[in-house]
Write a protein that binds this ligand. Structure first.
Ligand code: NAD
Length: 350
Protein backbone atom coordinates (compact mmCIF):
# COMPACT_ATOMS: atom_id res chain seq x y z
CA UNK A 1 0.00 0.00 0.00
CA UNK A 2 1.40 3.39 -1.03
CA UNK A 3 0.04 6.33 0.96
CA UNK A 4 0.52 10.04 0.30
CA UNK A 5 0.75 12.03 3.54
CA UNK A 6 0.36 15.80 3.16
CA UNK A 7 1.76 17.88 6.04
CA UNK A 8 3.47 14.74 7.33
CA UNK A 9 6.39 16.64 8.89
CA UNK A 10 4.06 18.41 11.34
CA UNK A 11 3.05 17.47 14.86
CA UNK A 12 0.27 14.95 14.20
CA UNK A 13 1.64 14.01 10.77
CA UNK A 14 5.07 12.92 12.04
CA UNK A 15 3.55 10.69 14.73
CA UNK A 16 1.20 9.19 12.15
CA UNK A 17 4.07 8.57 9.71
CA UNK A 18 5.84 6.64 12.47
CA UNK A 19 2.86 4.33 12.94
CA UNK A 20 2.35 3.95 9.16
CA UNK A 21 5.99 2.89 8.72
CA UNK A 22 5.81 0.55 11.72
CA UNK A 23 2.82 -1.08 10.05
CA UNK A 24 4.74 -1.56 6.81
CA UNK A 25 3.08 1.08 4.64
CA UNK A 26 5.10 2.75 1.90
CA UNK A 27 4.70 6.50 2.33
CA UNK A 28 5.38 9.65 0.37
CA UNK A 29 5.30 12.81 2.48
CA UNK A 30 4.79 16.28 1.04
CA UNK A 31 5.26 19.34 3.22
CA UNK A 32 6.14 23.00 2.69
CA UNK A 33 7.71 23.19 6.19
CA UNK A 34 5.82 26.40 6.82
CA UNK A 35 5.14 25.14 10.35
CA UNK A 36 7.53 22.22 10.71
CA UNK A 37 11.07 21.03 10.35
CA UNK A 38 12.51 18.29 8.14
CA UNK A 39 14.25 16.87 11.22
CA UNK A 40 10.94 15.45 12.50
CA UNK A 41 10.89 12.70 9.87
CA UNK A 42 14.63 12.01 10.30
CA UNK A 43 13.82 11.42 13.96
CA UNK A 44 10.97 9.11 12.97
CA UNK A 45 13.52 6.96 11.10
CA UNK A 46 15.88 7.10 14.10
CA UNK A 47 13.10 5.79 16.37
CA UNK A 48 12.34 2.96 13.96
CA UNK A 49 16.01 2.06 13.54
CA UNK A 50 16.57 2.03 17.28
CA UNK A 51 13.92 -0.70 17.48
CA UNK A 52 15.31 -2.74 14.57
CA UNK A 53 18.45 -1.87 12.58
CA UNK A 54 17.77 -4.43 9.87
CA UNK A 55 14.32 -3.36 8.67
CA UNK A 56 14.14 -1.08 5.62
CA UNK A 57 11.49 1.63 5.74
CA UNK A 58 9.88 2.98 2.64
CA UNK A 59 9.55 6.74 2.94
CA UNK A 60 10.09 9.56 0.48
CA UNK A 61 9.90 13.18 1.60
CA UNK A 62 9.26 16.04 -0.83
CA UNK A 63 9.24 19.79 -0.18
CA UNK A 64 5.97 20.72 -1.89
CA UNK A 65 3.25 23.26 -1.23
CA UNK A 66 -0.22 21.79 -1.82
CA UNK A 67 -1.18 25.03 -3.56
CA UNK A 68 1.35 24.23 -6.30
CA UNK A 69 -1.00 22.53 -8.76
CA UNK A 70 1.72 21.81 -11.31
CA UNK A 71 4.08 20.02 -8.91
CA UNK A 72 1.21 18.13 -7.32
CA UNK A 73 0.07 16.94 -10.74
CA UNK A 74 3.64 15.91 -11.62
CA UNK A 75 3.91 13.86 -8.43
CA UNK A 76 0.70 11.95 -9.17
CA UNK A 77 1.62 11.63 -12.86
CA UNK A 78 5.07 10.16 -12.05
CA UNK A 79 3.54 7.72 -9.56
CA UNK A 80 0.99 6.70 -12.18
CA UNK A 81 3.64 6.24 -14.92
CA UNK A 82 5.89 4.20 -12.63
CA UNK A 83 2.90 1.99 -11.87
CA UNK A 84 3.13 2.89 -8.19
CA UNK A 85 -0.07 4.91 -7.81
CA UNK A 86 -1.20 6.17 -4.43
CA UNK A 87 -3.81 3.97 -2.80
CA UNK A 88 -4.92 6.72 -0.44
CA UNK A 89 -4.11 10.14 0.96
CA UNK A 90 -3.93 11.28 4.57
CA UNK A 91 -4.35 15.03 4.37
CA UNK A 92 -2.86 16.96 7.31
CA UNK A 93 -1.42 19.95 5.42
CA UNK A 94 -2.99 23.16 6.58
CA UNK A 95 -2.73 26.12 8.89
CA UNK A 96 -4.20 25.73 12.36
CA UNK A 97 -4.12 28.94 14.39
CA UNK A 98 -7.56 30.35 15.20
CA UNK A 99 -5.98 33.70 16.06
CA UNK A 100 -3.95 33.97 12.85
CA UNK A 101 -6.95 32.90 10.79
CA UNK A 102 -8.82 35.99 12.02
CA UNK A 103 -5.87 38.22 11.13
CA UNK A 104 -5.18 36.71 7.70
CA UNK A 105 -8.32 35.00 6.38
CA UNK A 106 -7.06 35.16 2.77
CA UNK A 107 -4.08 33.00 3.66
CA UNK A 108 -6.20 30.53 5.63
CA UNK A 109 -8.77 30.11 2.85
CA UNK A 110 -6.00 29.82 0.30
CA UNK A 111 -3.99 27.13 2.12
CA UNK A 112 -6.75 25.16 3.80
CA UNK A 113 -9.42 25.37 1.11
CA UNK A 114 -7.64 26.07 -2.20
CA UNK A 115 -4.83 23.71 -1.20
CA UNK A 116 -7.37 20.97 -0.51
CA UNK A 117 -9.18 21.65 -3.81
CA UNK A 118 -5.87 21.27 -5.67
CA UNK A 119 -5.22 18.01 -3.91
CA UNK A 120 -8.69 16.61 -4.59
CA UNK A 121 -8.43 17.67 -8.23
CA UNK A 122 -5.28 15.62 -8.85
CA UNK A 123 -6.55 12.72 -6.77
CA UNK A 124 -9.64 12.58 -8.94
CA UNK A 125 -7.61 12.92 -12.16
CA UNK A 126 -5.34 10.01 -11.23
CA UNK A 127 -8.10 7.82 -9.79
CA UNK A 128 -6.99 7.99 -6.18
CA UNK A 129 -10.31 8.39 -4.37
CA UNK A 130 -9.63 7.46 -0.75
CA UNK A 131 -8.87 10.25 1.72
CA UNK A 132 -8.55 10.74 5.46
CA UNK A 133 -9.00 14.44 6.18
CA UNK A 134 -7.83 16.35 9.30
CA UNK A 135 -10.92 18.17 10.45
CA UNK A 136 -11.54 19.68 13.85
CA UNK A 137 -14.01 20.01 16.70
CA UNK A 138 -14.05 23.73 15.82
CA UNK A 139 -16.60 22.93 13.09
CA UNK A 140 -19.33 22.37 15.69
CA UNK A 141 -21.86 25.06 16.46
CA UNK A 142 -23.59 23.98 19.66
CA UNK A 143 -21.79 23.64 22.96
CA UNK A 144 -24.25 22.88 25.76
CA UNK A 145 -21.83 20.96 27.98
CA UNK A 146 -23.01 17.65 26.49
CA UNK A 147 -20.44 15.46 24.71
CA UNK A 148 -20.55 16.38 21.02
CA UNK A 149 -21.90 13.81 18.60
CA UNK A 150 -21.05 13.87 14.90
CA UNK A 151 -24.59 14.96 14.05
CA UNK A 152 -24.32 18.12 16.20
CA UNK A 153 -24.97 21.10 13.93
CA UNK A 154 -22.02 22.61 12.08
CA UNK A 155 -21.56 26.31 12.73
CA UNK A 156 -17.93 27.36 13.20
CA UNK A 157 -17.40 30.77 14.75
CA UNK A 158 -13.93 31.59 13.44
CA UNK A 159 -12.16 31.59 10.09
CA UNK A 160 -10.08 28.51 10.86
CA UNK A 161 -13.21 26.49 11.69
CA UNK A 162 -14.95 27.89 8.60
CA UNK A 163 -12.16 26.59 6.37
CA UNK A 164 -12.41 23.10 7.92
CA UNK A 165 -16.20 23.10 7.53
CA UNK A 166 -15.82 24.28 3.92
CA UNK A 167 -13.49 21.37 3.10
CA UNK A 168 -15.89 18.93 4.77
CA UNK A 169 -18.69 20.39 2.64
CA UNK A 170 -16.85 20.09 -0.64
CA UNK A 171 -15.77 16.55 0.24
CA UNK A 172 -19.47 15.82 0.71
CA UNK A 173 -20.18 17.31 -2.73
CA UNK A 174 -17.35 15.35 -4.34
CA UNK A 175 -18.63 12.17 -2.76
CA UNK A 176 -22.18 12.88 -4.02
CA UNK A 177 -20.84 13.43 -7.53
CA UNK A 178 -19.37 9.93 -7.66
CA UNK A 179 -20.48 7.79 -4.71
CA UNK A 180 -19.37 4.60 -6.48
CA UNK A 181 -15.73 5.61 -6.18
CA UNK A 182 -15.01 7.85 -3.22
CA UNK A 183 -14.07 6.76 0.29
CA UNK A 184 -13.78 9.70 2.67
CA UNK A 185 -13.38 10.10 6.40
CA UNK A 186 -13.34 13.46 8.14
CA UNK A 187 -11.58 13.05 11.47
CA UNK A 188 -12.67 15.75 13.88
CA UNK A 189 -9.85 16.06 16.39
CA UNK A 190 -10.39 17.43 19.87
CA UNK A 191 -7.20 18.52 21.72
CA UNK A 192 -4.13 16.51 20.73
CA UNK A 193 -1.23 16.86 23.19
CA UNK A 194 1.75 14.80 24.41
CA UNK A 195 4.47 13.27 22.30
CA UNK A 196 5.95 9.91 21.33
CA UNK A 197 7.16 8.11 24.45
CA UNK A 198 10.78 8.21 23.22
CA UNK A 199 10.86 12.00 23.52
CA UNK A 200 12.40 12.09 20.03
CA UNK A 201 9.43 13.70 18.25
CA UNK A 202 6.81 16.13 19.50
CA UNK A 203 5.16 19.48 18.96
CA UNK A 204 7.60 22.21 17.97
CA UNK A 205 5.58 25.37 17.37
CA UNK A 206 7.24 28.26 15.61
CA UNK A 207 6.81 31.43 17.69
CA UNK A 208 4.35 31.76 20.55
CA UNK A 209 2.31 28.57 20.94
CA UNK A 210 -1.39 28.89 20.17
CA UNK A 211 -2.38 25.88 22.22
CA UNK A 212 -2.17 25.42 25.95
CA UNK A 213 0.02 22.32 26.19
CA UNK A 214 3.12 23.57 24.37
CA UNK A 215 2.71 26.75 26.41
CA UNK A 216 2.84 24.72 29.63
CA UNK A 217 5.92 22.79 28.50
CA UNK A 218 7.65 26.03 27.44
CA UNK A 219 6.96 27.53 30.88
CA UNK A 220 8.32 24.34 32.43
CA UNK A 221 11.51 24.51 30.40
CA UNK A 222 12.00 28.19 31.30
CA UNK A 223 11.24 29.67 27.90
CA UNK A 224 8.22 31.56 29.24
CA UNK A 225 7.53 33.03 32.68
CA UNK A 226 4.02 31.87 33.33
CA UNK A 227 0.89 30.37 31.88
CA UNK A 228 -2.07 32.68 31.34
CA UNK A 229 -5.41 30.96 31.89
CA UNK A 230 -8.33 32.61 30.17
CA UNK A 231 -11.22 32.82 32.60
CA UNK A 232 -11.71 31.52 36.14
CA UNK A 233 -15.48 31.98 36.22
CA UNK A 234 -16.71 29.43 33.68
CA UNK A 235 -19.64 27.28 34.82
CA UNK A 236 -17.35 24.32 35.58
CA UNK A 237 -16.24 22.73 38.86
CA UNK A 238 -13.08 24.84 39.21
CA UNK A 239 -14.10 27.75 36.95
CA UNK A 240 -11.67 26.92 34.12
CA UNK A 241 -12.55 25.59 30.66
CA UNK A 242 -12.95 21.88 30.09
CA UNK A 243 -11.41 20.25 27.04
CA UNK A 244 -10.97 16.73 25.72
CA UNK A 245 -7.20 16.15 25.61
CA UNK A 246 -6.07 13.18 23.55
CA UNK A 247 -2.56 11.70 23.36
CA UNK A 248 -1.07 12.36 19.92
CA UNK A 249 -0.09 8.67 19.63
CA UNK A 250 -3.72 7.63 20.18
CA UNK A 251 -4.67 10.12 17.50
CA UNK A 252 -1.97 8.77 15.16
CA UNK A 253 -3.23 5.23 15.68
CA UNK A 254 -6.75 6.49 14.97
CA UNK A 255 -5.56 7.56 11.50
CA UNK A 256 -4.26 4.13 10.62
CA UNK A 257 -7.53 2.60 11.87
CA UNK A 258 -9.50 5.14 9.79
CA UNK A 259 -7.38 4.41 6.71
CA UNK A 260 -7.85 0.67 7.09
CA UNK A 261 -11.56 1.14 7.75
CA UNK A 262 -11.88 2.94 4.41
CA UNK A 263 -9.72 0.47 2.52
CA UNK A 264 -11.66 -2.52 3.84
CA UNK A 265 -15.20 -1.15 3.57
CA UNK A 266 -17.60 0.03 0.92
CA UNK A 267 -17.54 3.54 -0.55
CA UNK A 268 -18.77 6.14 1.89
CA UNK A 269 -18.22 9.48 3.53
CA UNK A 270 -18.17 9.53 7.32
CA UNK A 271 -17.39 12.04 10.05
CA UNK A 272 -15.71 10.71 13.20
CA UNK A 273 -14.78 12.42 16.45
CA UNK A 274 -11.32 11.58 17.74
CA UNK A 275 -11.24 12.42 21.42
CA UNK A 276 -11.15 10.45 24.67
CA UNK A 277 -14.71 11.30 25.65
CA UNK A 278 -13.40 12.63 29.01
CA UNK A 279 -13.22 16.31 29.78
CA UNK A 280 -10.44 17.79 31.92
CA UNK A 281 -10.29 21.36 33.15
CA UNK A 282 -7.30 23.60 32.45
CA UNK A 283 -6.41 23.52 36.15
CA UNK A 284 -6.62 19.71 36.19
CA UNK A 285 -4.24 19.62 33.24
CA UNK A 286 -1.78 21.97 34.94
CA UNK A 287 -1.96 20.10 38.26
CA UNK A 288 -1.48 16.74 36.57
CA UNK A 289 1.53 18.10 34.66
CA UNK A 290 3.01 19.43 37.92
CA UNK A 291 2.44 16.18 39.82
CA UNK A 292 3.67 13.78 37.16
CA UNK A 293 6.78 15.78 36.34
CA UNK A 294 7.42 17.35 39.73
CA UNK A 295 7.59 20.86 38.25
CA UNK A 296 5.79 24.00 39.36
CA UNK A 297 3.96 25.93 36.62
CA UNK A 298 3.35 29.56 37.59
CA UNK A 299 -0.09 30.68 36.41
CA UNK A 300 -2.09 33.87 36.15
CA UNK A 301 -5.73 34.35 35.27
CA UNK A 302 -6.99 36.80 32.68
CA UNK A 303 -10.46 37.42 31.25
CA UNK A 304 -12.30 34.98 29.03
CA UNK A 305 -11.30 34.91 25.36
CA UNK A 306 -14.00 35.81 22.85
CA UNK A 307 -15.40 32.73 21.20
CA UNK A 308 -14.32 30.28 23.93
CA UNK A 309 -16.71 27.70 25.36
CA UNK A 310 -16.96 26.25 28.86
CA UNK A 311 -16.76 22.64 27.77
CA UNK A 312 -15.80 20.87 24.52
CA UNK A 313 -15.80 17.09 24.87
CA UNK A 314 -16.19 14.37 22.24
CA UNK A 315 -18.74 11.65 22.10
CA UNK A 316 -16.29 9.18 20.57
CA UNK A 317 -18.61 6.17 20.49
CA UNK A 318 -18.98 6.19 16.69
CA UNK A 319 -15.21 6.19 16.13
CA UNK A 320 -14.77 3.40 18.66
CA UNK A 321 -17.45 1.25 17.04
CA UNK A 322 -16.37 1.87 13.42
CA UNK A 323 -12.62 1.86 13.77
CA UNK A 324 -11.90 -0.90 16.26
CA UNK A 325 -9.86 1.80 18.02
CA UNK A 326 -9.90 3.40 21.40
CA UNK A 327 -7.67 5.92 23.14
CA UNK A 328 -5.38 3.98 25.49
CA UNK A 329 -3.26 6.71 27.07
CA UNK A 330 -4.32 8.80 30.07
CA UNK A 331 -3.69 12.45 30.98
CA UNK A 332 -0.66 11.43 33.08
CA UNK A 333 0.91 9.77 30.00
CA UNK A 334 0.24 12.89 27.92
CA UNK A 335 1.93 15.11 30.53
CA UNK A 336 4.86 12.74 31.05
CA UNK A 337 5.56 12.18 27.34
CA UNK A 338 5.03 15.83 26.41
CA UNK A 339 7.51 16.93 29.08
CA UNK A 340 10.04 14.27 28.04
CA UNK A 341 9.98 15.68 24.51
CA UNK A 342 10.30 19.30 25.65
CA UNK A 343 12.99 18.65 28.27
CA UNK A 344 15.13 16.64 25.84
CA UNK A 345 14.55 19.28 23.13
CA UNK A 346 14.27 22.68 24.81
CA UNK A 347 14.35 24.42 21.41
CA UNK A 348 12.14 21.87 19.66
CA UNK A 349 13.78 20.72 16.43
CA UNK A 350 15.84 23.91 16.10
N1 NAD B 1 -3.14 20.25 16.60
C1 NAD B 1 -4.42 20.51 16.79
O1 NAD B 1 -4.81 20.93 17.89
C2 NAD B 1 -5.43 20.26 15.70
C3 NAD B 1 -6.78 20.14 16.05
C4 NAD B 1 -7.71 19.93 15.03
C5 NAD B 1 -7.31 19.83 13.71
N2 NAD B 1 -5.98 19.95 13.41
C6 NAD B 1 -5.58 19.86 11.98
O2 NAD B 1 -4.72 18.77 11.83
C7 NAD B 1 -3.74 19.03 10.81
C8 NAD B 1 -2.37 18.78 11.38
O3 NAD B 1 -2.20 19.57 12.55
P1 NAD B 1 -0.84 19.65 13.34
O4 NAD B 1 -1.17 19.97 14.76
O5 NAD B 1 0.00 18.49 13.04
O6 NAD B 1 -0.25 20.98 12.70
P2 NAD B 1 1.20 21.26 12.12
O7 NAD B 1 1.25 22.70 11.77
O8 NAD B 1 2.23 20.74 13.04
O9 NAD B 1 1.18 20.37 10.79
C9 NAD B 1 0.67 20.83 9.57
C10 NAD B 1 1.71 20.57 8.52
O10 NAD B 1 1.24 21.05 7.28
C11 NAD B 1 2.29 21.76 6.63
N3 NAD B 1 1.70 22.71 5.71
C12 NAD B 1 1.02 23.83 5.99
N4 NAD B 1 0.66 24.45 4.86
C13 NAD B 1 1.10 23.68 3.84
C14 NAD B 1 1.03 23.78 2.43
N5 NAD B 1 0.43 24.81 1.83
N6 NAD B 1 1.58 22.80 1.68
C15 NAD B 1 2.20 21.75 2.27
N7 NAD B 1 2.32 21.62 3.60
C16 NAD B 1 1.77 22.58 4.38
C17 NAD B 1 3.06 22.41 7.78
O11 NAD B 1 4.38 22.77 7.41
C18 NAD B 1 3.04 21.30 8.83
O12 NAD B 1 4.11 20.42 8.67
C19 NAD B 1 -3.98 20.48 10.38
O13 NAD B 1 -4.74 20.45 9.20
C20 NAD B 1 -4.77 21.07 11.51
O14 NAD B 1 -5.62 22.10 11.09
C21 NAD B 1 -5.03 20.15 14.37
Amino acid sequence: MRILVTGGAGFIGSHTCLVLLEKGYEIVVIDSYVNSNNKSLERVIDILKSADQTVKFNIKVINLDIRDQKKLDQLFCDSHNLRTPFNAVIHFAGLKSVKDSLIDPLLYWDVNVNGSINLLRVMNKYNCRTIVFSSSATVYGIFNNEPLKENTSINPINTYGQTKAAVEQFLTDIYSSNPEEWKIVNLRYFNPIGAHESGMIGESPLGIPNNIFPFITQVAVGKRDKLTIFGDNWPTLDGTCIRDYIHVMDLAEGHISALEFLLENKNQIINLNLGTGHGKSVLELVKTFEQVNNIKIPIEFSGRRRGDYASVVADNSLAISCLNWYPKRCLEDMCKDGWKWQSLNPQGYN
